[in-house]
Design a protein around this ligand. Sequence first.
Ligand SMILES: C[S@@+](CC[C@H](N)C(=O)[O-])C[C@H]1O[C@@H](n2cnc3c(N)ncnc32)[C@H](O)[C@@H]1O
Length: 313
Amino acid sequence: MLPESNKVNTHKRSYNLNKNPYNDIRTNQINPIINLEETLPGKSTIHNLTNWANKLLLDSGIESSEDTIIKRFVNNVKRRLRRVPLQYITNHSEFMSLDFYVDERVLIPRPETEFLIDTVTKIALSSYNENEVFIVDIGVGSGNIAITLAKKIKNARIFAIDISPNAIEVAKFNAQRHNVMEKITFLCGDTFKPLKGLGLESKINFIVSNPPYISSDEFHFLQEEVKCFEPYTALVSGKDGLEAFKSIISDAKTWLKRNGFIVFEVADRQAQKVVQLIKDKRCFKNIDSIKDYQKIDRIVFAQMEDIRGQNCN
Ligand SMILES: C[S@@+](CC[C@H](N)C(=O)[O-])C[C@H]1O[C@@H](n2cnc3c(N)ncnc32)[C@H](O)[C@@H]1O
């Protein structure tokens, strides 16, 4: 058994951090042995269980070419011991009580992203009585944000963009599963580029994004599960981790309606830098941040000025 200090508390969704200097959801230490033990009865260690399963396989005389539950179990244990995230092994990730298919083509949804959903739904349900609420999700990944918003906001009309065609495939699969295909248009490309030609300039109520936000230096400190298995393009954003924010903030004014919102998920200790980037643009008001379960400023939001000032650049 591992020392108490290494334990993951999945119920409180809090993780003890060790060794790692970055107190961030994408750098949390998740021990594969504890992760597996949660799924298994009794107190056996994984190595004992692997030996037990291998012996069972041998004793049962199952042909090596046969596909059996025991063989799949043993293979899954071995994959987990190689640090493949449990969600990629089971192809399931729960986000806001919805089940999402995930594999190595997409980032595994994180609980902190629920704050982004709450922020957008609260504003949308209280201030928009329009026929349609136009939302652009930059970096759709598994589709967790776009699909959950489509489920929660009745009159949502969503444009879900990702630079990765593989991610778009996974997101479409999840949208079909959750019966929201007719509310979401999936577009492959860089940031706002795929919106060009759709006539959506100054029509968007919300630009939402959980963009890549790890710096190229921080990448080396990520835990194995993240660094070796989650897509690099979903994690890293230039030398300072801010490239994606800069690019979205820079073009947001073209697409947002007056009084429309920009809502970002940000990394630990990044909120003030993102707030400053938004302030520097001089097109936004009501710039603020919201804390997550760990009291970290996790969401940054801002509202487009109702009258575009001369200084808006
Ligand atoms: C951190 S993941 C977020 C995925 C998902 N929205 C979530 O919350 O779990 C960032 C996503 O942005 C995509 N991405 C990275 N750079 C992009 C760009 N320039 N334009 C559009 N999407 C981009 C990545 O492929 C990845 O799917």
